[in-house]
Design a protein around this ligand. Structure first.
Ligand code: C2E
Ligand code: CA
Ligand code: CA
Ligand code: CA
Length: 275
């Protein structure tokens, strides 16, 4: 039993206590990680099928923890989101991604993930304008990926922010399409530039009898709405072939490349033709 702040005893299961402590430690470490430069961006290339060219990369954050080694974003982004640290971390991501993209061939864009808490911060648009100006990256080379979580708490401001980004020339993608409850209605609420089909549907290609039906439908939907459609999590040549047939415009996945450290990207790009 522990005496809590209000002077009453609270009882924890021992393992619960351990979990809370681990969380507190992670939180404290994360608060220092930015200043200690422990975050890194890795970049996963996206392949445009028709031209067989790498048209851009998605920035994916990594945390090189001094004791625990590489920590996956799945293990710290949710906590960062919960305690609001995602705002400064997300700012670092966007500024770094813009700087890195400036070193790439001029036809390539960079996509960043923007979480719901970031979207709610008043400064997002101003910060993006500043990141573009400081780095010199043209707005059309920056892409913002949002999930349904952002639109779930939809209000005037969310849509206004999306429209402001679009007016700047920044592109907006719907991430993890098909995993939530109302993907279709969200497509109607905002003119996305790109739909990213969640990798669970790509997996279904091999495992479910009508696995390709959804991919085909979304590719068709994208086409008629004038949106690019990216299949995520493509791991095998068989999946790639199916996806090509069903009409997706782009693919991303381990088959093309795993996410690559910023410094190693240029070597990878040499293996693809330039425009
Ligand atoms: P996401 O945005 O859906 O990113 C795609 C995830 O799928 C990445 O995991 C990527 O490494 C993984 N992936 C790509 N191709 C394949 C494949 O062929 N097979 C398999 N099995 N996996 C593949 P990662 O890097 O661990 O990121 C996980 C999630 O963390 C991301 O999912 C995104 O939601 C979040 N995240 C990553 N970086 C950031 C960031 O800078 N800001 C925010 N807010 N979230 C981030
Ligand atoms: Ca994403
Ligand atoms: Ca995704
Ligand atoms: Ca995801």
């Amino acid at each position: 039993a522990k005496l809590d702040g209000r002077g009453t005893y609270r009882f924890f299961e021992p393992e619960m206590d351990a979990r809370m402590q681990a969380r507190r430690k992670l939180e404290l470490d994360m608060r220092q990680a930015l200043a200690r430069r422990e975050f890194q961006l890795h970049y996963q290339p996206q392949l445009h099928l028709e031209s067989d060219r790498i048209t851009g990369c998605e920035a994916l954050i990594r945390w090189r923890h001094p004791e625990r080694g590489m920590i996956s974003p799945l293990d710290f982004i949710p906590l960062a989101e919960e305690i609001g640290l995602i705002v400064p971390i997300g700012e670092w991501v966007i500024r770094q991604a813009c700087r890195d993209a400036m070193t790439w061939p001029a036809h390539m864009s960079v996509a960043v993930n923007v979480s719901p808490a970031q979207f709610k911060s008043d400064r997002l648009v101003e910060m993006i304008i500043s990141a573009l100006a400081t780095s010199g990256l043209p707005a059309r080379r920056l892409e913002v990926e949002i999930t349904e979580g952002v639109l779930l708490q939809q209000n005037e401001r969310t849509l206004q922010t999306l429209h402001r980004l679009r007016e700047l020339g920044v592109r907006v993608s719907m991430d993890d399409f098909g995993t939530g409850y109302s993907s279709l209605s969200y497509l109607q609420s905002f003119p996305f530039d790109k739909i990213k089909i969640d990798r669970s549907f790509v997996k279904d290609l091999a495992t479910k009898p009508d696995g390709e039906a959804i991919i085909r439908a979304v590719a068709g939907l994208g086409k008629s709405l004038g949106m690019t459609t990216v299949a995520e999590g493509v791991e095998t040549p068989e999946q790639l072939q199916r996806i090509r047939l069903e009409g997706c415009t782009d693919v991303q996945g381990y088959l093309i490349s795993k996410p690559i450290a910023a410094d190693d990207l240029s070597a990878f790009l040499m293996t693809y033709p330039l425009p």
